[in-house]
Design a protein. Structure first.
Length: 318
């Protein structure tokens, strides 16, 4: 804490400041302005010795204190780190801001967020937390070459890209599409339901209907159309930067970000992740069986090739 009169740091050596307050209170049972300021750590020991209560209460001292306080604050604002260390502290801020920016990335595809998980069964909650739910949205909403109208999308295989730190970075997706024989039965929206909650309820009922319909068709030997999808996750903000105006904080010995200022640094923009579809291909169930029987070998090829191609899913011709 700094003194509001002289601007010096308040040091309570041997507790002498608070002893002043304690002794005064024992004699008077009520604190005057001077000792109230001492109690609240507003003035230093030197100023407590220099000024009487009447002096501190006078307009002259108040104005003097205010002027000194403004001058001290302005001086603090204008302080900068030693020139020899400035680059070090600037680099520390850039590293901190870059790390924070990378953690604040966003995805074009949003996974559903359930406010009240008690309203849903564990299987559905687990489905939303898995990458499978993202893969369904990719196939349903992003791929124009695959007609998913009146079809259920069932993810047969899903592989994360080798050495990627992102859970949603897929090297390939294989799905099977089934005709919608069962139709979801949605209840009427209640007065107390928000649009967000009702939309989540409809999505849950759709998932339950799709799961039951797909399982029923599989049990009856029905097979759907199978597709291979090669997606690529890309950062739309790759190579883009934003200005961070920074101000030196001499007490904490760090630069902090401010809305506007004289000096700035360039920091990478938070990632904005979206998908582009590299390739799609419809395959028959004979080809699907080959992929299932040779899955380890195929996944191994995705680890060695820079770019995954549809050729790795086909038998090697001698």
């Amino acid at each position: 804490m700094d003194c509001i009169i002289c601007g010096n740091r308040i040091v309570n050596e041997n507790n002498r400041l608070q002893n002043k307050v304690r002794d005064f209170f024992k004699k008077n049972r009520q604190l005057d302005l001077k000792h109230q300021w001492i109690k609240e750590w507003k003035i230093c020991y030197g100023c407590s010795e220099k000024y009487t209560n009447d002096m501190l209460a006078s307009d002259k001292v108040k104005n003097h204190k205010s002027t000194l306080n403004r001058s001290f604050k302005q001086q603090k604002k204008e302080q900068v780190p030693p020139e020899s260390f400035r680059d070090h502290y600037v680099q520390r801020y850039i590293e901190y801001a870059t790390d924070k920016s990378e953690k604040n990335g966003s995805y074009a595809i949003k996974q559903k967020n359930l406010r009240n998980q008690q309203s849903y069964d564990e299987a559905y909650i687990a489905y939303l937390e898995r990458s499978e739910s993202v893969a369904v949205i990719i196939v349903r909403d992003l791929i124009k070459t695959i007609d998913t109208k009146d079809r259920w999308v069932d993810v047969r295989m899903l592989e994360r890209r080798f050495l990627s730190d992102l859970d949603r970075d897929f090297s390939f997706i294989i799905v099977e599409l089934f005709q919608r024989k069962l139709k979801p039965n949605y209840p009427k929206k209640k007065i107390e339901d928000t649009d967000f909650d009702y939309k989540n309820l409809k999505a849950y009922i759709t998932w339950k209907t799709a799961t039951a319909d797909i399982n029923s068709q599989r049990a009856n030997g029905i097979k759907g159309d199978v597709y291979i999808i090669l997606p690529r996750l890309k950062n739309e903000h790759e190579g883009k930067y934003e200005k961070h105006f920074i101000l030196w904080e001499p007490i904490r010995l760090v630069f902090k970000r401010v809305r506007i200022g004289k000096q700035y640094v360039n920091v990478v923009k938070p990632p904005k992740w979206s998908y582009e579809i590299v390739a799609t291909e419809k395959i028959n169930h004979h080809q699907l069986n080959y992929i299932e029987n040779n899955l380890d070998k195929i996944i191994g090829k995705t680890h060695t090739k820079r770019g995954v191609t549809l050729s790795i899913f086909k038998p090697h011709r001698k």
